[in-house]
Design a protein around this ligand. Structure first.
Ligand SMILES: NC(=O)c1ccc[n+]([C@@H]2O[C@H](COP(=O)([O-])OP(=O)(O)OC[C@H]3O[C@@H](n4cnc5c(N)ncnc54)[C@H](OP(=O)(O)O)[C@@H]3O)[C@@H](O)[C@H]2O)c1
Length: 284
């Protein structure tokens, strides 16, 4: 069934997110389609280089106007992106201090998304691979201030390594409630970070589940498990993600794949099946 929810604290978050990267002029219609098919969580970013946040907002507004969904039934997540991850189309003045950039980016996201609150605001990625630098802390403090305004429910971080996540959790006043990472089967599907997340009340969101793992998707174990449930490889991987307590993202541009992916809600894997897929690349 579409639109199933995972409890986080006392609030519910959809178990599956529709991602809006790289859709350009098709963004609005794909968001409308995704909501029409039953997705209730939308992931975007105020990063024009890869996303058209304004068109995401138009898609949501059209679905709300058509009474497909009400705003309060939706989980809308966007990101603050440092200048280094942007092109010339910045949603803030880069000469401002980072925490002011966060506010400008956030306000412009509200405008683009035609909403007065966000469900989740994500730091798109730390500014370096190692540790957290001053800019990262300035961004997080800015995000904490936005959270304090009551206009964003949860904060999160993306593209993060375990030592960075631990540092953030140790020193943040408002702890991250989401991690959004590219999920590689070769690392046990980011197992160490997922375990840390589970122990610290953080929900792990996995992207590139299909595209980053082409080498392993046709592994006999995955094929056999899928076959035994009458499900395809992609449905098996998305179901595995949910049963491993992740929130998967799909950014499909195909109406058929949207419907197909949502069927992952309709079955469950056993613990043994989850363990077999979790270790598929470790034992390969
Ligand atoms: N935080 C970050 O830095 C970051 C980075 C990358 C992505 N993301 C988020 O994650 C979302 C998803 O991105 P992704 O990297 O996972 O890739 P994706 O955009 O979901 O791409 C999936 C690819 O697999 C194909 N595919 C074939 N069968 C499919 C099926 N049944 N279901 C879905 N796809 C199928 C799709 O083709 P069809 O279109 O023909 O289905 C597409 O080419 C993005 O839109 C974005 O919101 C975040």
């Amino acid at each position: 069934m579409a639109g199933q929810q995972k409890p986080i604290g006392d609030q519910a978050v959809p178990e599956f997110l529709y991602g809006t990267a790289w859709k350009e002029e098709k963004t609005q219609s794909l968001v409308e389609q995704a909501l029409g098919q039953g997705f209730r969580g939308i992931d975007t970013a105020n990063q024009r280089k890869h996303y058209v946040e304004q068109a995401v907002g138009r898609g949501i507004a059209a679905a709300v106007a058509a009474k497909v969904v009400r705003r309060e039934q939706l989980f809308i997540q966007t990101k603050y992106t440092f200048q280094r991850g942007q092109d010339h189309r910045l949603p803030y003045d880069p000469k401002l201090p980072i925490s002011d950039q966060v506010w400008q980016s956030f306000r412009s996201s509200l405008e683009h998304l035609q909403t007065d609150y966000l469900d989740s605001l994500i730091l798109h990625g730390p500014s370096s691979r190692n540790g957290l630098l001053d800019n990262d802390w300035a961004a997080w403090r800015g995000m904490e201030a936005v959270h304090g305004s009551g206009r964003v429910r949860f904060l999160g971080i993306s593209n993060v390594a375990l030592p960075q996540l631990k540092l953030l959790c140790d020193k943040a006043s408002v702890k991250p409630r989401f991690v959004q990472n590219r999920c590689y089967a070769s690392t046990g599907w980011d197992r160490e970070i997922r375990q840390y997340c589970l122990a610290h009340d953080i929900v792990y969101q996995g992207f590139s589940l299909l595209t980053a793992n082409q080498k392993y998707l046709r592994h006999p174990k995955i094929l056999d498990i899928g076959k035994s449930h009458g499900m395809s490889i992609s449905q098996t991987i998305f179901r595995f993600a949910m049963d491993a307590r992740m929130i998967p993202l799909t950014g499909t541009s195909s109406r058929e794949h949207m419907a197909h992916d949502l069927l992952a809600h309709d079955f469950r894997l056993s613990e043994a099946e989850v363990a077999a897929i979790e270790t598929v690349a470790l034992n390969a």
